[in-house]
Design a protein around this ligand. Structure first.
Ligand code: INI
Length: 157
């Protein structure tokens, strides 16, 4: 008897992708976006199959993700933002609501929504995760979107 394993890969994720990006903390988020775009391109996703939607901040990301999902044009959505703790309760609200919101859209519309929204304590941690010693979370989010597109196709096959 052998176990049937259903999984994805990084070569069969061709399809349409929309990246929703918060402008807040732009110096970090632009590096996440560059990482995501580079990863999509290097995995064979055509530029013409990628859209970028910009919103003010992470708090606005879920609504834009919901609108994009409702269009039913994409195979996956990638959410990018940076929430950096500033000693105010705003951090908890913005980070909590943005993560919860995009997870809800994924379930409501049955579409992969990759979470590339950094929630960190300091600007240093944000820089580390946007292309320096801790990698680029935008690139990682794009990779997980590609893998999920492939997993879902294999699940439906
Ligand atoms: N938005 C972010 O994307 N990151 C943050 O760190 C942040 N902080 O700390 O305030 C932030 N706030 C703005 C928020 O996303 C909304 O744009 C704003 O509240 C208007 O609705």
């Amino acid at each position: 008897m052998s176990v049937k394993i259903i999984e994805g890969d990084f070569v069969s994720g061709a399809g349409k992708y929309t990246i929703v990006v918060g402008r807040f903390n732009a110096f970090v988020v632009e590096s996440l976006l560059a990482g995501a775009l580079d990863t999509l391109k290097r995995h064979g996703i055509k530029d013409s199959d990628v859209r970028v939607v910009r919103v003010p901040g992470a708090f606005e990301i879920p609504l834009a993700v919901q609108k994009v999902a409702a269009q039913k044009q994409d195979d996956a959505i990638i959410a990018l933002g940076a929430v950096i703790r500033g000693g105010t309760p705003h951090f908890e609200y913005v980070s909590g609501e943005s993560s919860k919101g995009i997870a809800q859209v994924a379930m409501d519309f049955s579409i992969p929504v990759a979470n590339g929204i950094l929630t960190v304590n300091s600007i240093e941690q944000a820089i580390e995760r946007s292309g320096t010693k801790a990698g680029n979370k935008g690139a990682e989010a794009a990779l997980s979107a590609i893998e999920m597109v492939s997993v879902l196709r294999n699940l439906e096959a």
